[in-house]
Design a protein. Sequence first.
Length: 348
Amino acid sequence: MSRPMSDPAPHLVRVLKGERSERPPVWFMRQAGRYLPEYRALRAQAPDFVSFCLNPEMAAEATLQPMRRFPFSAAIVFADILLIPQALGQQVRFEAGEGPRLGALPSVEAMRERTEGAGEALSAVGETLSRVRAALEPDRALIGFAGAPWTVMTYMLDGEAREDRAMARRHAYEQPETVDALLEVMVEATAHYLAMQARAGAQALQLFESWAEGLSDELFRRLVIEPHRKLVARVRELGVDVPLIGFPRGCGALAEDYAAAVPVDAVALDTAQPLALGRRIQQGRTIQGALDPVLLRAGGPELDRRVEAYLEAWGQGPYVFNLGHGIFPDTPIAHVEQVLARVTGERP
């Protein structure tokens, strides 16, 4: 359902709720990050990445840096999807050049006792959101987020980052009762974490299901669709009424099953999903995505052509312009400006 143009909510929020507009709102996943020299200088001041995420002053500065430089419609809070395991009692650390490393998985019972306190345990993220909301212009939205249950669990079960999620899927097959119990814990903890973010000033929330790829339709329903349905319902039970974006990256055609089954306000699409699929999902709700970050890094005429293809295919809305995955650290700033000029009509 579209909202009237007199609605004072930020452009992004209105579009997430179904409003169509002449130009789509735009933000980029990982828009606060290593492609910005000011971010790299700020990061050098933190002793480690988790400390950086949980330092509200520094995290707020990282969140606001791209907003000062570019005409993004929204800021997304600077944090990490692996803060939830730490809130549940699992050790989390990041090693330079190797990514996250997680300690031994606590018992499901021990983690279950911490679920309602997950938001309070990560209150530093809430303070970051409050600081950013106070500094951000009223017409630019603030987005909070969490890793979706299955994606976060792949790290919790494996103990480290892997390009192949096969080991985590093996757990789902061989230990279904344990995995299903852990999914329930993650749904409850994530719901409280997201509710805290909304209370702190987030005007939209995104669920990052970064590892939805490689799942059969049966596993996709069990590990992605059903937990997302329960999570959305629980977030609403906790009094959250801001729009929710679901991003089941890598799920291919199963994105249509996701859109039909999960009551999120918007579905984010990845780089491999075709224009026609986006148009079909767009008949029922807002879509977001799906520019290839590799193409953003490459630049040139092909980048302009693809941006125009998305605007032509999806631009009548409701549509949020975004990448189909996070921006790469070596992306030239000029290429970001190139895209934003075409999407917003504003020259750098």
